[in-house]
Structures are given as structure tokens and as C-alpha cells.
Design a protein around this ligand. Structure first.
Ligand code: ATP
Length: 453
């Protein structure tokens, strides 16, 4: 890997994200808040497309998964039982020279001597655990009795609602409960843009099963998740599966895979797929005193189900989508001179805007009216963008830069001024190939819907 080129590529991506309204620093006018990000008009569309597609394939297109939406604040007892209060921590080290606070795994080792990556200082404290949960108080009194935490993962609300959902959905094992929602971790060093944030979103599925099915379902869900990434346009070449070793795995897990992606800043985790056994449900059963057992009608047995968990990060996947899509090529400008074109090659399914709609001239009422008519025709089925300002080539470029896969131009032929046969046809331009074809307005919706959904 060319480190310098990759760093520059990442800088360009961050700058494009701000310039075109994908991602801004949170509270930017006050100097920001480290580890927190806001999604702008295009970022929010990209994020929604990702979440909606995940929900579609994980919940709607399956008979064996239902959804839920749990609260962020929960009874503190949840975090005691799950083990988060005692053990959800990263080892932290302080540099006594520059006062930097570091994750222990960031400390560099040269000739067996530990050094601060910030100042090179060798006077470091011993690693000590730092709990990553954000503590807060519920109600008017700020004392121990009112403490709880912002959830560091969405999974626990699924576990504690297991029995309710089992009863109302009347599902039989194996079945899953899916959730998308915010999670918070007070990361010691947020970094790599949105990759390691303090506030982020997760897409989690808890797939409950019998103990003997666990290992097989772990492999099944890994394959499903890899297919998912390919279906949103992430190339298989840049995805890697890491089998988490016995030493690195949580003690209750019998098998865990990390799905990693080649970001410009290195190969990093996008998602964890873990076989968590019956640990979580057993813990909550024990701590709450409420049965979380499943009754098998056929065998008449009662038991606590096991669970396989694919847990993906929304923000990390959005970042992977942008990194994957970012590219440049050569294209002719208005005068035919070749210039560098910046293009986000999003899969049409993920693209924030599906189709740009352009009247050839803005001062021609008929062209404008026809273009607006097409906006009305497509709007109900997809996010479209109307643009009448500037030369047509410039308008194409603006859409290329934000990854709009299709562009429709209304010209004088559309109005039937040149050739009767072309009345009510438009030019449809495809972003990547830049190929243009003549299409009937009546066929547009059907053509585009099948390509963007
Ligand atoms: P890491 O090792 O990178 O800290 P993790 O193994 O602790 O991640 P999990 O607890 O498995 O992460 O969480 C599941 C998913 O949630 C991760 O794969 C990732 O996509 C997302 N996620 C976790 N922490 C963060 C974070 N600080 N910022 C953004 N996304 C995160």
C-alpha cells in the first residue's frame, strides 16, 4: 500500500464529504465535539438507503425475523447483568510527558521500550481499564440510585425483550429479532473520520437457535452478510473475513468472525458475526429472576436458546460505501478537452439521489414545464434532483461528484421540434459509462425503478 497516496485519498474524501454535504463535524461552529458527526442532506439519504436495505433483506424479505426499536436508556440492572458495567472497558495509558491519553494498543514499542506515539516519551503509566459507557442520571437526583448509561450496543434491549417478542410473534426456533439504533461509547481516541465515533448507529440481528445449530448458523450468517455487502456495491476483493482467535474472543463466544474492509487508513472491522451461545439470556434470566426459556411444543422441552449475532455499524458501512465509490477518470469538457472527472460510483440502490433532471435551457418555459412534469412522475418512487443552472456538462459533473447514477435531459426533441418520432422522449445518461440513450418519458419510471431498488 502507498501510505502517502492513501492518506491523501482519505483527506480528499473527508473534504468532499464536507463540501457536498455528506458529513459535517458536530457543533462545528463551536469547534466541534470529538468523535461526533452530523450527516448533511446527502449523507442522511445515503444512510437511510443503507438502513432501509438492511431492514428489507433482514426483516421484510424473511419469514423468520421480526424487528423492534428499543429505548437508549435502560434499567442499570441490564448493564450489570450483561457484564458491561464491570468489564466493558479498554486498557488506557497516560503519557506523563505530553499528557496524551492513549489506548494501550496505540503505544509503540521500539527495541523493547514502550513509547508515546504522540511525543516519543517513554514515561508511561501502567495500563488501567477505562469503562467506555457514558454514565448519566435519570430523574432529579444525581446519586448512585439514579445512575444509568447510554447504551453501548443495541443488542441488550433485544435480549431483555426476548420473551415479549417470542409471545407476540409466535415464532418457532430458529428465529431472529432485528434492530437499528444509536449506540454510544466513550472511545479513548476517536479517529479515522467517522470510523471510530463516540455516537454511532448499529444494525444488529440476534438470531436465536438451538445449541446444536449454533456453529452452522454462524457460517450461514457470515455468508449472508458477505452477500449483503456485495449487493450494496462493496467489492468482495476489499472485504476480508478474520476468524477471531480463542484468545481474542469474548469468553462466552464459541466462534466469531470479523468482516473487515480495506479502508484507505488500513484494514479495519466493519461488522462482527458472533456465536454468543446462551450467555446473554442466561445472565438476564439469572439477574431478573424471570424465565427466558423457550418451550418446544414437539419435544415438550424447555430451554434457554442460543444466539448468533451479526452486528454491523451503519456509520462504518457508510464510510466504506463512500471510500469504495470515490474515483476519478477522464472525460471531455464542453469544448471536448479532456479533464479529470470526480465520480462517486455508488451502487444505484445506495445513491442519495437516483436521477438528476435537467431542462436544456432554463429560460424556455416549455422545457422547464416538461422537466418539472418528469420530476412529478418520478418523485413518488425515488429521490430526484431538479437542476436548471449552468451548462449541461457542468450539471452532469455536479451529479457525478455526488454519485447520482442517472441524468435525464429535456431538449427540443422532447418538445417535438425536430422530429415527430422523438416527441416526449428524453436523453437518459448513465453516470459510469456516460452513455446516453433516447427513452420515452412513459417508460422512464419503470426503467429506473428496476435499476435503483
Ligand atoms: P472495535 O474493535 O473496532 O472497537 P468492536 O469489536 O468493539 O469494534 P462491536 O462491539 O463488535 O465492535 O460492535 C459491532 C459493530 O458496531 C462494529 O463492527 C462496528 O461496525 C460498530 N462500532 C463499534 N464501535 C464503533 C465506534 N466507536 N464507531 C463506529 N462504529 C462502531
Amino acid at each position: 500500500m502507498d501510505l502517502k497516496a492513501d492518506t491523501q485519498r482519505m483527506e480528499k474524501i473527508v473534504s468532499l464529504c464536507k463540501r457536498r454535504g455528506f458529513i459535517f463535524q458536530s457543533s462545528e461552529i463551536y469547534g466541534g465535539l470529538n468523535g461526533c458527526w452530523d450527516y448533511g442532506p446527502l449523507g442522511v439519504e445515503l444512510k437511510r438507503n443503507l438502513k432501509n436495505y438492511w431492514w428489507r433483506v433482514t426483516v421484510h424479505e424473511r419469514d423468520d425475523v421480526v424487528g423492534m426499536d428499543g429505548s437508549i436508556l435502560m434499567n442499570r440492572a441490564v448493564w450489570k447483568a450483561s457484564g458491561h458495567e464491570d468489564t466493558f472497558s479498554d486498557p488506557m495509558v497516560d503519557c506523563r510527558s505530553c499528557k496524551a491519553r492513549l489506548r494501550a494498543d496505540q503505544v509503540i514499542e521500539r527495541k523493547d521500550v514502550q513509547q508515546c506515539p504522540n511525543c516519543g516519551g517513554k514515561d508511561l503509566t501502567e495500563p488501567r481499564p477505562f469503562n467506555l459507557m457514558f454514565k448519566t442520571y435519570v430523574g432529579a437526583t444525581e446519586d448512585e440510585s439514579s445512575v444509568t448509561y447510554l447504551r453501548p450496543e443495541t443488542a441488550q434491549s433485544i435480549f431483555v425483550q426476548f420473551k415479549n417478542i417470542l409471545e407476540v410473534s409466535r415464532k418457532k426456533l430458529p428465529f431472529g429479532i432485528a434492530q437499528i439504533g444509536k449506540a454510544f461509547r466513550n472511545e479513548i481516541n476517536p479517529r479515522n473520520f467517522t470510523f471510530r465515533s463516540r455516537e454511532f448507529e448499529q444494525m444488529e440481528l440476534e438470531y436465536f437457535c438451538r445449541a446444536e445449530e449454533g456453529m452452522k448458523l454462524l457460517d450461514y450468517w457470515l455468508e449472508e452478510r458477505l452477500k449483503f455487502y456485495e449487493n450494496i456495491g462493496i467489492s468482495r476483493d476489499r472485504l476480508h473475513v478474520k476468524t477471531v482467535s480463542d484468545e481474542e474472543r469474548a469468553f462466552y463466544s464459541k466462534g466469531t468472525y470479523d468482516v473487515e474492509y480495506d479502508f484507505p487508513f488500513g484494514r479495519q472491522e466493519l461488522e462482527g458475526v458472533a456465536y454468543r451461545t446462551d450467555y446473554d439470556l442466561l445472565q438476564h434470566q439469572k439477574a431478573s429472576g424471570k424465565s427466558l426459556e423457550y418451550f418446544d411444543e414437539e419435544t415438550k422441552q424447555r430451554f434457554v436458546p442460543h444466539v448468533v449475532e451479526p452486528s454491523a455499524g451503519v456509520d462504518r458501512t457508510v464510510l466504506a460505501l463512500i471510500c469504495e465509490a470515490y474515483s476519478t477518470d477522464e472525460a471531455p469538457d464542453e469544448k471536448g478537452k479532456m479533464e479529470t472527472r470526480l465520480v462517486l460510483r455508488f451502487h444505484p440502490r445506495m445513491a442519495p439521489i437516483k436521477c438528476g433532471i435537467f431542462p436544456l435551457l432554463k429560460n424556455n418555459d416549455q422545457l422547464v414545464a416538461k422537466a418539472q412534469e418528469i420530476v412529478g412522475l418520478l418523485r413518488a418512487d425515488m429521490n430526484v434532483f431538479y437542476d436548471e443552472s449552468g451548462a449541461i456538462g457542468r450539471r452532469y459533473r455536479r451529479q457525478d461528484e455526488i454519485g447520482t447514477p442517472f441524468g435525464v435531459t429535456v431538449d427540443f426533441e422532447t418538445l417535438g421540434e425536430k422530429n415527430d418520432a422523438l416527441t416526449d422522449t428524453v436523453t437518459l445518461r448513465e453516470r459510469d459509462s456516460m452513455k446516453q440513450e433516447r427513452v420515452k418519458i412513459n417508460d422512464l419510471a419503470d426503467m429506473l425503478i428496476s435499476r435503483v431498488s
